[in-house]
Design a protein. Structure first.
Length: 298
């Protein structure tokens, strides 16, 4: 009487081997997705826990409000930069655009005596034009976006220094207050919440809806994922990216206006280095620098 032994090289072993490999790959993918999705929030939570354990004043209402107010300027500009990166572009002109818009807002009120509403429109229009120029240089002239936006930033900042002779200018305060709207935008409150924080939240909600629920937003993801495939599908890639850069310029300008309102003054060096803070925030939030991946809500 003989007994049969299982064949190690039989089809059953092959199936088991493939199953094990599939499970292993699945675990790796799930692990990457988990840390890619939740890594930054977990790290932020750990940082909060650490500082809260070191100081009783860290989690107080006043400190939380101050932190949110300080970070809202970067967050507002980061909305536009996130869209640029999702669409496969890059923008490092945020700081210069912030200086342009902030200085324009203060000068429009103090030097020319224009109403706050008109000054706001002028400042945001100038910021949008800089963004539009970024898009034209990057998409039509075909200058690499990094170089195009860097060049634009240097030109805008240089013009600001020459025009103002490096001097700062401020809103009136106290009994002689001027630019009330801008100072409210930078330092005011809606209930217990600072106005910049409310503005940041509203912009994030609107941007998240646009990017996830509209055709325009889906086109941003498609262009960033594969420019060639987007062209084959009939998308106007260049024009779409020009729109994206223009929106980013407007939002960077709005961030500069909020910052000028908070400081009640503006100089040609306003927002210096802000582009690095903005890009860091966007990338840490999970947006890929290679395009096609990112989430405004994060």
């Amino acid at each position: 009487m003989t007994t049969s032994q299982p064949n190690p090289g039989g089809p059953g072993s092959a199936v088991i081997g493939r199953s094990v490999q599939t499970m292993s790959r699945s675990r790796q993918i799930l692990g990457r997705n988990f840390w890619g999705r939740f890594g930054v929030p977990i790290a932020l939570l750990l940082v909060i826990v650490f500082f809260a354990s070191q100081s009783n004043a860290f989690l107080t209402e006043g400190n939380i409000i101050n932190v949110l107010r300080q970070s809202s300027v970067v967050a507002i500009a980061a909305v536009g930069t996130t869209i640029v990166l999702i669409a496969g572009g890059i923008d490092i002109s945020q700081g210069a655009v912030m200086a342009l818009a902030g200085r324009t807002a203060v000068a429009g009120v103090e030097s020319f005596g224009l109403p706050d509403g008109i000054v706001l429109v002028i400042a945001l229009t100038l910021a949008g034009l800089v963004g539009f120029a970024n898009g034209l240089f990057a998409e039509k002239v075909r200058i690499p976006a990094f170089i195009a936006t860097l060049g634009t930033a240097l030109v805008v900042r240089g013009i600001a220094f020459v025009y103002t002779e490096g001097r700062s200018i401020g809103f009136g305060r106290g009994e002689n207050i001027t630019g009330e709207f801008f100072q409210w935008l930078g330092k005011g409150f809606i209930g217990p919440i600072p106005v910049p924080v409310v503005l940041m939240i509203v912009l994030y909600i609107l941007a998240a809806i646009v990017m996830r629920r509209t055709t325009w937003g889906m086109h941003c993801y498609a262009i960033g994922s594969s420019e060639r495939a987007a062209r084959v599908a009939g998308l106007r890639v260049q024009w779409h990216r020009i729109q994206v850069y223009t929106i980013a310029g407007v939002l960077s300008g709005l961030a500069g206006i909020v910052l000028a309102g908070r400081l009640a003054s503006a100089s040609p060096s306003l927002g210096a280095g802000a582009e690095f803070d903005v890009l860091t925030a966007v990338v840490l939030g999970g947006t890929s620098i290679y395009g096609g991946r990112g989430n405004i809500a994060r």
